[in-house]
Design a protein. Structure first.
Length: 329
């Protein structure tokens, strides 16, 4: 089969299209014929050796896929060859086939394309649990969503509205991206590429008689993290789920004590081992998807062979919504 691999860390050109053996199917697993694979910003970090986990070389990226079950392993029940499915994977998604645990499978709802389905598992679960589990957002609370036009951001804006948020603040780097965030339910739009973006949010909260934002979702680090912490309301929660910038934030616990604030980390893999958290959220998300209350925003699709170009565009912040590799038509 064909797969995208890298043998060394570095720039997008280290990604190579290669012929590799088809993966084995162990008991409890299924083999998926991949039609589409989601690209996450974390993939670019992993390619550079900046991810939270090691990537043994040669390595195939890809943490979420959509396709058709090609083979069912021993002991698997409830699934059959030919079922349309989406799934989370730890790796291996940038390929024509991937084997995954049957527990990681979700059915693709009718009317949802493979490209749309590949935009759902990782970023849908991330957006949901950033707000509900780590952020503990309550109805009426204000929310600030950075990179609101990205894959996680577009879903987080919609979910915040569905979960009953009060004012939704959205940041992005262009007028077009901000317009998308508004169309999804954001109330206050701020271009964080312009100086003084934090002060504009601060002024808006003051005009509402508030002392900051209750829940903030942040994955950039550096000055964005620092300013987000300054914007956090008393008893507010700042949820960190990435460090896209080069600068790792520094934090003094005394800052949090003064205003009874929390800084909470979120990382998806541990959640996948918590059925008590995972299963209810999957059901709620799938219901919102099937009812049309939740839109999957696929901004760009690229052929498998052009994964490097997709990575370049993501790292240059030239994309909107989810970027997807199309493996099969």
């Amino acid at each position: 089969m064909r797969a995208i691999r890298f043998h060394e860390l570095g720039e997008p050109e280290v990604l190579r299209l290669e012929d590799v053996p088809e993966p084995e199917v162990r008991p409890g697993q299924v083999l998926i014929a991949v039609h589409a694979a989601g690209i996450n910003y974390a993939d670019t970090r992993r390619r550079r050796g900046l991810y939270l986990e090691d990537s043994p070389l040669p390595f195939t990226l890809g943490a979420e896929v959509a396709g058709v079950i090609a083979r069912v392993g021993e002991g698997v029940t409830g699934w059959k060859t030919g079922d349309r499915v989406m799934a989370t994977t730890n790796d291996g998604g940038y390929a024509e086939y991937v084997s995954v645990s049957a527990r990681a499978l979700l059915p693709i709802p009718d009317g949802i394309s493979f490209a749309e389905a590949a935009a759902f598992p990782v970023q849908g679960l991330t957006a949901f649990h950033l707000l509900r589990t780590s952020g503990r957002m309550q109805p009426g609370e204000s929310v600030l969503i950075h990179s609101a036009a990205g894959g996680v951001g577009t879903l987080a804006v919609q979910l915040a509205r569905l979960l009953g948020a009060g004012t939704i603040y959205a940041t992005a780097s262009t007028p077009e991206k901000l317009a998308l965030a508004r169309s999804l339910g954001a109330d206050v739009l701020v271009n964080y590429a312009e100086p003084g973006w934090g002060e504009r949010i601060r002024e808006h909260t003051r005009a509402q008689g508030k002392r900051g934002v209750d829940v903030i979702l942040e994955a950039v680090g550096g000055e964005v993290f620092d300013e987000s912490l300054r914007l956090l309301a008393p008893f507010g929660r700042l949820v960190v789920f990435g460090v896209a910038g080069a600068q790792t934030p520094q934090l003094s616990p005394v800052q949090l004590m003064k205003r009874c604030q929390e800084v909470v980390g979120f990382y998806l893999p541990p959640l996948l081992g918590r059925p008590d958290l995972l299963l209810p959220s999957i059901g709620e998300l799938a219901g919102s998807l099937q009812s049309g209350k939740l839109r999957l925003i696929v901004g760009e699709t690229w052929p498998l062979a052009q994964a490097a170009e997709a990575h370049r565009r993501i790292e240059a912040r030239q994309t909107v919504g989810k970027v997807v590799l199309v493996v099969r038509e």
